[in-house]
Design a protein around this ligand. Structure first.
Ligand SMILES: *[C@@H]1O[C@H](CO)[C@@H](O)[C@H](O)[C@H]1NC(C)=O
Length: 413
């Protein structure tokens, strides 16, 4: 018995990961036979294969890049259909917004096998949509949208995406116990239960429609003290005629009308009288609406489950193109996905950063040299101008001298 349990344990622990889909674009133009562009619209933007302006490895970092601004993109790839029933589902890919994106999608969609790839478009029914979406400073989020019984549901939590120009790894894990995890660059950024973080099911509890707050339920914590009475001398007018004011001597009642002293604020005015507050002896606390089990609620142990997945697609809009998608992986094995992430994104991320930084350093140096050159050139021009001025002055001096000689001559004559 013990042996059997151990054997079963090892079988589980050592089970080979199932790879449903993997695409790393490492065989030149051959990707074109694996990816299909939709013909739903005639002017979809073109994807090109490139490692981009900077990269960690010229070959390994080649991926699909959006190449035209202000376009919709619609490209997909098919794999052997599968159901994730009883299995963990891991969807992973890398995104690099090397164009410093202002607005555009960076997400993938997972479709059922019956998708017509040539007619794929924004409203094509999908199983899930996952990945970063950026539009202006206001939208920088990771979408996690699941289709449940024909309706798309957005996650209730805010997951901020990366918005720099480097390659980042995005991983979505959906487990058969209806839990999920989102990772960025192989680090967990969000996790929890599918039921709690999406509105797939109606709420478990609702307010009892039969229950009503009793009429005599007193929610007032403090009340006016009934014993307190207004003092008799409380009421005084707010304004009174200024007792110090005097009728001016030159006041003419007939011309100026009857004189009236100006009004001033009454120093004895006390404002409106309010009784003192005391604790309400009948206070019962806030009334809490009792809850009952929601009759509309039925638990679903298989929220995570899709009967069919068979196509992965890039269905996006981009204002500024240049995003590179790479390292697609769909598997049933979290650890394997993490390893693959380490061996792809993990290996090239630092060299990629280095290349970008050295490019920036080169650019900075070149800019400085150009500026220096420009400064020297303008200085030379200024020097030349000065020389010309000096020459002119000398000529003028000569002329003057000549004139002088002339007059001298005249005098002598
Ligand atoms: C991936 O790399 C990280 C960082 O080096 C490491 O901590 C982790 O164990 C690696 N994961 C796997 C599955 O190899």
């Amino acid at each position: 018995m013990k042996v059997l349990v151990l054997a079963a344990f090892f079988a589980l622990a050592c089970a080979e990961p199932i790879v449903y889909f993997r695409e790393q674009f490492e065989d030149g133009d051959a990707w074109k036979s694996r990816w299909v562009e939709s013909k739903h619209k005639s002017d979809y933007g073109k994807f090109v294969l490139t490692a981009g302006k900077f990269y960690g490895d010229a070959e390994k970092d080649k991926g699909l890049q959006t190449s035209q601004d202000a376009r919709f993109y619609s490209l997909s790839s098919r794999f052997e259909p599968f159901s994730n029933e009883g299995q963990t589902l891991v969807v992973q890919f890398s995104v690099k917004h090397e164009q410093n994106i202002d607005c555009g999608g960076g997400y993938i969609k997972l479709f059922p096998a019956d998708l017509n790839q040539e007619d794929m478009h924004g409203d094509s029914a999908y199983n899930l949509m996952f990945g970063p979406d950026i539009c202006g400073p206001g939208t920088k989020k990771v979408h996690v949208i699941f289709n449940y019984k024909g309706k798309n549901h957005l996650i209730n939590k805010d997951i901020r995406c990366k918005d720099d120009e480097y390659t980042h790894l995005y991983t979505l894990i959906v487990r058969p116990d209806n839990t999920y995890e989102v990772k960025m660059d192989n680090k967990k950024v969000e996790s929890g239960s599918l039921e709690e973080d999406w509105d797939f099911l109606p709420p478990k509890k609702i307010k009892d429609p039969e229950a009503k707050k009793p009429e005599d339920w007193d929610e007032r914590e403090k009340i006016d003290d009934p014993e307190d009475t207004k003092p008799e001398d409380w009421d005084k007018p707010e304004h009174i005629p200024d007792p110090d004011a005097k009728k001016p001597e030159d006041w003419d009642d007939e011309m100026d009308g009857e004189w009236e002293p100006p009004m001033i604020t009454n120093p004895e005015y006390k404002g409106e009288w309010k009784p003192r507050k005391i604790d309400n002896p009948n206070y019962k606390g806030k009334w809490v609406h009792p809850e009952i089990d929601n009759p509309e609620y039925t638990p679903d142990a298989e929220i995570y489950k899709y009967d069919s997945a068979g196509v992965i697609g890039l269905d996006l809009w981009q204002v500024k193109s240049g995003t590179i998608f790479d390292n697609f992986l769909i598997t049933n094995d979290e650890k394997f996905a993490e390893e693959v992430g380490n061996e792809t994104w993990g290996l090239t991320k630092d060299p990629e950063k280095k290349m970008k930084e050295s490019q920036e350093e080169e650019e900075r140096k070149k800019r400085e040299e150009d500026e220096k050159k420009l400064k020297e050139e303008t200085k030379e021009e200024e020097d030349e101008d000065e020389e010309e001025d000096e020459e002119k002055e000398e000529e003028e001096d000569d002329e003057e001298e000549e004139e002088e000689t002339d007059s001298n001559l005249k005098d002598e004559l």
